[in-house]
Design a protein around this ligand. Structure first.
Ligand SMILES: [Zn+2]
Ligand SMILES: [Zn+2]
Length: 242
């Protein structure tokens, strides 16, 4: 156990509250501890996703202790981008209860449009100051202007996610590897930060970033542009207080 990993905090995880994930928060925390993580962000799906968590799930996250079974648990959500203006399906009163919000395209909640429309949606989502991460910007079905999105991420201090589940051979998003190579090269060029997320939907997957790590090594991607490879940097970049 406690093997050396590239990440200290997993910024994308789902519990049973997401409706199509299979572990309790306790099980996730124990798995994270066993793997030597410092913590993880609980980012259950917002209500727009079929079977997603109820709004009360997000309002009530404040009842959780910060530390569960020896790891820090941060309060988050994976919200759905619902239109090409980049609006998401959580309102400010809920967002104010959360520490880290991911905004993502999902097939059930945002129709597939043109690259211009997806770019507009991503730029709009990044203008929402609650949105700290763009989730899995890697899917051929939602192409976008990479240069413009990376520039806006830098300007708005939004992290672009590298999603391990997308890169897994069992992943269901299309063309991720090639899309990540383009995205990472642009991030390096513009000095824009990324975050690594497992997108775990089962406890043993929490903290898994092996496919992402392999690609980052292959590209010799600079470690200083990875926001979650230490607790200190994660807190500094996100502004979250322990
Ligand atoms: Zn999911
Ligand atoms: Zn997602």
């Amino acid at each position: 156990m406690n093997t050396k990993r590239m990440i200290a905090i997993d910024t994308h995880t789902h519990s049973i509250a997401s409706g199509h994930a299979y572990s309790s928060l306790e099980e996730m925390a124990r798995a994270a501890f066993d793997k030597g993580l410092g913590g993880f962000v609980l980012t259950d799906h917002s209500p727009g996703m079929p079977g997603g968590a109820h709004l009360y799930h997000f309002y009530n996250l404040r009842v959780l202790p910060r530390t569960i079974h020896g790891v820090s648990v941060f309060l988050g959500a994976e919200a759905n981008i619902i239109n090409y203006d980049g609006e998401i399906d959580l309102e400010d009163d809920v967002l104010n209860c959360l520490e880290l919000v991911i905004a993502s395209f999902h097939i059930p909640t945002c129709s597939i449009g043109s690259a211009e429309e997806h770019t507009s949606a991503l730029l709009g989502a990044m203008q929402n100051h609650h949105v700290k991460v763009i989730g899995h910007p890697d899917d051929d079905r939602y192409p976008f202007d990479v240069q413009a999105v990376v520039r806006a991420a830098g300007e708005t201090k939004t992290l672009l996610e590298m999603n391990n589940t997308s890169l897994s051979p069992r992943g269901f998003r299309v063309g991720s590897r090639g899309n990540y190579i383009k995205l990472l090269n642009e991030c390096r060029k513009q000095g824009v930060m990324i975050t690594l997320g497992s997108d775990a939907h089962y406890s043993s997957r929490v903290g898994e970033c092996d496919y992402s790590e392999a690609l980052l090594k292959e590209l010799n991607f600079p470690e200083e542009l990875i926001a979650n490879n230490s607790l200190e940097r994660f807190l500094d970049v996100t502004g979250i207080r322990l």
